[in-house]
Write a protein that binds this ligand. Structure first.
Ligand code: NAD
Length: 352
């Protein structure tokens, strides 16, 4: 066995009601916090600022998907005027992405309070979008200093978004199992993450207010994010990134529809890892199992119905092979086009 493992330094506070610790957690990282959210979660941000008290100096509630540079510029100007020395981000990957951009450009440390299952809060990955092009990178200074996981805050996440976001998290874990720089700890986290999410998502679908299932899903999402933070991604994530950029597709939903196909494509090259995935998924062929799980939970499995143009397959396949990256199986334009043809129509994955 040979591997490299580089644990990331951050603090995690997990549990129902953990949000009550926000004041003391903020004071560990700064004295003048700027609270961030999307416009939809403005009232959450206001409540949070009130709970933080004197250490909260203002709000910026204009976070949007994919971290546009114009939004970052506006948030930076606001942070400077207020003399903020840290940020508190409440929301999903979009809001946490804005906090990361402020860490990158202004060196402001952040406290993240995730309310979706995206997992960004425990990764050193940042993204910025300018003129329609999203640039991403890794930098340890964007990793939030602390994360408060309070499952009560996910109770309001609509069922459809919970399912898509949960499957987005499963995608991080699946690719961690065969990552070129994976290691035994990453695989343990990945397997446990998949198990927790596969168990909790069907319960959430039936009973969105089930506190135990919400807690288990958030735990699975923490592990999935930790996998994403510690290991490289491959075909699945690169393909979703390509589709998102080329056709402006919804993030978590695109992950959901592509995942079974990307796993079916890579499976022949990683039989041992697929045994592990099968175990975590409760048995069976992992690609088929992921397709049945997602469609059984009512997720949209057709990329066309998610906004991909029907004549977009050739362009996406061409883009997908343009910048080579490590993947367990060789990536060919024809192979990707075949995979996308099926995902476009929402058909089950092609095995073998
Ligand atoms: P999001 O943050 O865009 O949130 C979607 C919508 O749901 C927003 O309007 C948000 O305010 C709302 N919302 C969030 N939590 C809610 C709740 N509990 N109740 C009601 N509404 C709620 O969605 P996302 O899927 O979490 O994040 C997607 C973005 O995150 C993408 O840009 C993606 O690239 C990025 N991402 C980054 C990383 C990373 O490591 N850098 C990892 C995963 C995702």
């Amino acid at each position: 066995m040979r591997f490299t493992y580089h644990p990331l330094p951050h603090r995690v506070i997990f549990g129902a009601g953990a949000i009550s610790q926000v004041g003391e957690e903020v004071r560990r990282i700064g004295a003048r916090a700027l609270v961030l959210s999307t416009p939809e979660q403005r009232s959450d941000a206001e409540g949070l600022a009130a709970a933080i008290g004197g250490s909260a100096v203002g709000l910026f509630t204009e976070a949007v998907m994919h971290v546009p540079v114009a939004t970052v510029d506006a948030a930076m100007a606001h942070a400077r005027v207020l003399g903020a020395d840290c940020t508190v981000a409440i929301g999903g990957g979009s809001t946490i992405g804005l906090a990361k951009a402020l860490s990158l450009r202004l060196d402001l440390p952040s406290l993240a309070i995730p309310t979706t299952y995206a997992g960004s809060e425990v990764t050193p990955i940042w993204g910025l979008t300018e003129a329609g092009i999203k640039t991403t990178g890794r930098d340890s200074k964007v990793l939030p200093k602390a994360v408060i996981y309070d499952p009560d805050l996910t109770l309001s996440l609509p069922v459809g978004m919970s399912i898509a976001s949960g499957l987005n998290a499963i995608a991080h874990a699946m690719e961690g199992l065969y990552a070129v720089d994976g290691n035994p700890i990453v695989s343990l986290m990945a397997e446990e993450s998949i198990r927790a999410l596969v168990h909790s998502l069907p319960i959430i679908k039936q009973d969105p207010a089930n506190a135990e299932a919400r807690s288990e899903a958030l735990y699975g999402c923490w592990l999935a994010g930790s996998v994403l933070g510690a290991a490289s991604v491959a075909l699945h994530h690169k393909l979703c990134h390509t589709l998102g950029g080329a056709f402006d597709m919804p993030h978590a939903q695109t992950h959901t529809a592509v995942l079974p196909h990307a796993i079916a494509y890579n499976a022949p090259a990683v039989p041992e890892e697929m045994k592990r995935a099968s175990r975590a998924l409760g048995g069976g062929n992992p690609a088929t199992r992921l397709y049945d799980l997602a469609s059984g939970l009512g997720a949209e499995m057709s990329l066309a119905r998610l906004g991909m143009p029907r004549d977009g397959v050739a362009k996406a396949a061409r883009l997908a092979v343009a910048n080579p990256y490590p993947n367990p199986r060789q990536i060919t334009e024809e192979g990707i086009a075949r995979l996308l043809d099926r995902a476009l129509e929402g058909l089950p994955p092609l095995l073998g």
